[in-house]
Ligand binder design. Structure first.
Ligand SMILES: [Zn+2]
Ligand SMILES: [Zn+2]
Length: 391
């Protein structure tokens, strides 16, 4: 397999860089990727790849059908950029002030497009159906994936794969984790309503400030008391806003924070406990409480079989599969993983000779060694061959 895959990827060596440079120069924000969406549609049309109907917004799905029967395998690439002003001195630096591909989604999109080009040039490799999922808006809630799932994109899919480029992971290393890869996220806010008054007569008032302190302390007990100690969880009190003057007891204050869990079932447990505990403490002190929450992306959970495929492909191609602790960051590929067995992996793009390739994602100096494009492309080809029993 190794030789065939390397040869197929080598055919795209220049094209994949050209595509990535174009995308990098023309970044667009989440849900506003109109030109990128047009570019994807034009390229698919040029390649003679039909597109699925009924896809909402700027997302695009290309479908390649083989002559021989086989499974339907999906590959997903997100393609939105971020409100970041690029500081890198690159010949293909962003041409849009204040917008930058600072998370590497340009590399995801370029890789998937070149994978598609290979399959079109080598139709004998296509067994069954390949779905090319170009997904808008990964970076901004509610994300593009949830709508694609609602549009029915995953209905006929047997198995889905996606990769993320990873700054600070060395070139040649690919993070492939079993189970949870990224966290489920949520935010909450509590408005504590007491009774304002003069600092000299606290017994005539209901001071929401010490109540908020008690609620905040109690929230910190939810993780140790209500969540299994082996689950990866954070429950944070991130802000308490209230009061303004030493001798004024304020009438109300607001407290809020964020939750990240690696087990999707823990989100409702935590949210319910925050609300219950806050209401209980407020009631004890005669205050009222309003609770609100926003649930973000679910946790991304890799399934055993596709994960084993990715790991063995990485090894066979001569790269190093590594296991790491799951990230408590969020990723909306999770919506696809909830539908069908899937695998999300990270392709390293850091080069020890180029310190900038260790800049964090979402920073003005985020940079990848472009040789990660070849590795990412090889992995997609290898994974496809293995998933269809051709390797
Ligand atoms: Zn990002
Ligand atoms: Zn990203």
């Amino acid at each position: 397999m190794k030789e065939l895959v390397k040869q197929l990827a080598a055919e795209q060596k220049e094209a994949i860089r050209e595509d990535r440079h174009y995308l990098h120069q023309h970044p667009e924000l989440s849900f506003e990727e109109y030109e990128t969406s047009k570019w994807i549609k034009n390229r698919l049309t040029e390649l003679g790849i039909p597109m699925e109907e009924g896809i909402t917004g700027t997302s695009v799905v290309g479908v390649i059908e083989g002559k021989e029967p086989g499974p339907t395998i999906a590959f997903r690439a997100d393609f939105d950029a971020l409100p970041v002003d690029e500081e890198n001195d690159l010949p293909f630096k962003s041409l849009v002030p204040g917008v930058m591909h600072a998370c590497g989604h340009d590399t995801h999109c370029a890789t998937l497009m070149n994978f598609a080009a290979i399959l079109v040039r080598h139709p004998e490799l296509v067994k069954g159906k390949v779905k090319l999922i170009f997904q808008a808006a990964e970076e901004k809630l509610p994300g593009g994936a949830v709508q694609m799932v609602a549009d029915g994109v995953m209905k006929d899919v047997d198995c889905a794969f996606a990769f993320h480029s990873a700054a600070a992971v060395e070139l040649g290393k690919v993070q492939v984790n079993d189970g949870a890869v990224t966290a489920a996220v949520g935010t909450y806010e509590l408005k504590i309503i007491g009774k304002g008054g003069h600092g000299s007569t606290p017994s005539d008032a209901i001071n929401p400030m010490p109540i908020a302190c008690m609620v905040g302390t109690a929230i910190n007990q939810i993780k140790p008391e209500k969540i299994s100690p082996i689950h990866g969880t954070t429950v944070t009190v991130s802000y308490i806003h209230g009061g303004q003057y030493p001798n004024i007891i304020p009438g109300e204050c607001v407290l809020g924070g964020n939750i990240r869990v690696l087990d999707n079932d823990d989100i409702p447990i935590i949210m319910n406990n925050i609300e219950k505990i806050a209401r209980g403490i407020c009631e004890a002190w005669g205050a009222e409480c309003e609770f609100s929450s926003v649930i973000g992306y679910p946790a991304t959970i890799n399934a055993a079989e596709p994960t084993a495929i990715v790991r063995s492909v990485v090894e066979e191609l001569g790269y190093e599969p590594i296991r790491t602790n799951p990230s408590l960051g969020a990723e909306d590929f999770s919506y696809f993983t909830l539908e069908k067995p899937s695998c999300f992996y990270n392709v390293g793009g850091a080069n020890p000779d180029i310190p900038a390739t260790y800049s964090p994602h979402h920073s003005k100096t985020f940079m990848l060694d472009e040789d990660m494009l070849d590795i990412a492309l090889e992995c997609e080809i290898g994974v496809y061959l293995k998933a269809t029993g051709q390797a």
